[in-house]
Design a protein around this ligand. Structure first.
Ligand code: 13P
Length: 247
């Protein structure tokens, strides 16, 4: 079966009203790529980006969500609030959230549950550190990270998600995983889902993230189990993000 390609920009904590508008303007000058694409913007810019991205044929996403529905959680944003803002996608369990903000597999799983309950589409991030890779722990780590989500919401719920494999050592380092390394992990993740549900595994879009650039996107996306990308630094320039979508 053919899975529709998906390329997602993760702007992280970057942007401004002015820069975001210029990004959208730049994108609009380019031809629409054939793949599905979305931009995950900081919370405060969601309202600004909603109409701009709709006009540009791009989906709107957030970068985090609370696992709680409402109440005394100062500084948090609920899944229902994201739905109110017109958000479709939400990145959950990015390695920066896991390492800098202490999100455990259990927290990530409960955030996925909350997002799905509100009708959002989670982009569930998994990935190993350099130390884990060097000690041959990669598949154990990523399968455990995804397994925690499956235990919480069930494998069939992944039909409403995308998974992003982002090796921590490749994020923001300029040093992407080779297509072979990425393909190996993507295939293992798909197999892990297939042990629960073959059809869901076949349909699941597994994105690669970590130093994807216009120059290496095509060889990564040519791999049979790589269905698109989650793009950080290169997504801050609309021309580069467009070139990656075109690849
Ligand atoms: P870079 O593309 O900057 O390496 O970041 C990848 C990433 O973390 C996307 O979520």
């Amino acid at each position: 079966m053919t899975r529709q390609r998906l390329v997602v920009a993760n702007w992280k904590m970057n942007g401004s009203l002015e820069a975001n508008a210029a990004w959208a303007e730049g994108w609009m000058r380019l031809e629409r790529p054939a793949c599905e694409a979305a931009v995950c913007a900081p919370f405060v810019y969601l309202a600004q980006m909603k109409p701009l991205l709709a006009q540009a044929g791009l989906g709107l996403g957030a970068q985090n969500v609370s696992q709680h529905a409402a109440g005394a959680y100062t500084g948090e944003v609920s899944a229902q609030m994201l739905v109110d803002a017109g958000v479709e996608w939400v990145i959950i369990g990015h390695s920066e959230r896991r390492t800098l903000f202490g999100e455990t597999n259990a927290v990530v799983a409960s955030k996925v549950k909350a997002a799905l309950a509100a009708g959002l589409k989670p982009i569930v991030c998994v990935g190993e550190t350099l130390q884990e890779r060097e000690s041959s722990q990669t598949l154990r780590v990523v399968e455990e990270q995804l397994g925690a989500v499956i235990s919480e919401v069930g494998a069939k719920a992944l039909a409403s998600c995308a998974v992003a494999y982002e090796p921590v050592w490749a994020i923001g380092t300029g040093k992407s995983a080779t297509p072979e390394i990425a393909q190996h992990v993507h295939a293992a993740l798909r197999d892990a889902v297939a042990r629960f549900d073959v059809e869901t595994a076949r349909q699941l879009r597994i994105l690669y993230g970590g130093s994807v650039k216009p120059s290496n996107a095509a060889e990564l996306f040519a791999q049979p189990d790589i269905d698109g990308g989650l793009i950080g630094g290169a997504a801050l320039k609309s021309e580069d993000f467009h070139a990656i979508c075109a690849a």
